[in-house]
Design a binder for this molecule. Structure first.
Ligand SMILES: *[C@@H]1O[C@H](CO)[C@@H](O)[C@H](O)[C@H]1NC(C)=O
Ligand SMILES: *[C@@H]1O[C@H](CO)[C@@H](O)[C@H](O)[C@H]1NC(C)=O
Ligand SMILES: *[C@@H]1O[C@H](CO)[C@@H](O)[C@H](O)[C@H]1NC(C)=O
Ligand SMILES: *[C@@H]1O[C@H](CO)[C@@H](O)[C@H](O)[C@H]1NC(C)=O
Length: 293
């Protein structure tokens, strides 16, 4: 482990490290989200779930520190839903109202000093299981990262999957699988299940934004033979620390740097609940076009 840690420090130390806090003019963004039923096949069975924009997880909202965000949520499902914007410090206009089927509502979210990764989801557990997504907050223009600037960033949303139908009257029980960006991977014995795969370039530094959207489950997350440099949590920077696996409570987010410093090849990503024996895998695959080796 000692040599791995040294490897990470070397991989990160070649990069420019500035810590300027220069705030600039905030922007205003408008997003539309359509809550709609969509069919998905996982664990060898097909069912209809409520989604945001037809995808699981839902689309990412990506803004900068201090911005104002309007999100117009159109409920095209059959049950009333309200949305939660986790970790936003200032009040959110209209945050308590239920959006009835066929109606829409625009949330006004004024960011203050939140930075890094937060997430949004439907309030009721049955809907939150499938209606959720990342809320990425980048540094403001001219503001730099308080860590070596990553070459790329990648959001990883951990979710739980239920074979049962989910409705207000039929709340989720125990998860049948866990997913990485919607993919259950190959451990559930169903050849139709897709596996999450991320390509990396040798010696590049990736900012992973990990959201635990799995209901009620603390998740353990790791990438074999790689260590993480933890740089943020729940929408705030943290002092840097090293970890070879992450324990993420439900509803929490973690920002880490992953340095692609291993031999070219592919490595398993693992996500598993801290209780029970389910295991979900994904893959990190080094691109072979790299000249670094
Ligand atoms: C959701 O879908 C609508 C309609 O296709 C699209 O205009 C909108 O940009 C999407 N929202 C996000 C956050 O991607
Ligand atoms: C899974 O895939 C097989 C063959 O690829 C197909 O015949 C079967 O219908 C699929 N099952 C589901 C539930 O989609
Ligand atoms: C509903 O959506 C329409 C069209 O996008 C928009 O003009 C209107 O302001 C929205 N209503 C609410 C209450 O957000
Ligand atoms: C999740 O937690 C809530 C509240 O603590 C509880 O009502 C619910 O039954 C739990 N659900 C699962 C799937 O454990």
């Amino acid at each position: 482990m000692g040599s791995q840690k040294l490897g990470i420090i070397l991989c990160l130390s070649g990069l420019l490290f500035l810590n300027l806090l220069v705030f600039s003019r905030a922007d205003v963004h408008s997003y539309e989200l359509f809550l709609e039923e969509a069919e998905f096949t996982k664990l060898c069975s097909t069912k209809s779930i409520l989604t945001a924009n037809g995808s699981f997880p839902g689309p990412e909202i990506r803004v900068s520190r201090g911005d104002t965000v309007f999100v117009n949520v159109h409920n095209q499902g059959s049950q009333a839903v309200s949305m939660v914007w986790e970790g936003i410090k200032q009040s959110i206009t209209g945050s308590d109202g239920l959006i009835q089927p066929g109606k829409n509502f625009t949330y006004e979210i004024k960011l203050s000093d939140e930075i890094g990764t937060l997430w949004w989801h439907a309030k009721s557990a049955w809907a939150s299981a499938t209606v959720h997504g990342a809320f990425v907050i980048l540094p403001a223009a001219a503001e730099s990262y308080p860590f070596p600037p990553p070459d790329a960033d990648q959001t990883i949303v951990l979710g739980s999957w239920y074979k049962q139908e989910l409705t207000e009257a039929n709340a989720p029980g125990k998860a049948d699988a866990f997913t990485i960006n919607g993919h259950p991977g190959e451990t559930y014995g169903c050849s139709n299940d897709s596996t999450y795969e991320q390509q990396v370039d040798y010696q590049s530094v990736y900012h992973l934004r990990i959201v635990n959207a799995a209901l009620n489950e603390t998740m353990e997350f790791g990438v074999e033979y790689h260590m993480f440099t933890v740089v943020g949590q729940d929408g705030a920077y943290t002092t840097r620390s090293f970890a070879d696996s992450l324990t993420i409570a439900p509803g929490r987010t973690v920002d880490v740097l992953l340095c692609a410093d291993q031999n070219l090849g592919h490595y398993f990503i693992t996500a598993k609940p801290s209780s029970g024996n389910l295991l979900t895998t994904g893959i990190i695959r080094y691109t072979t076009t790299s000249t670094g080796v």
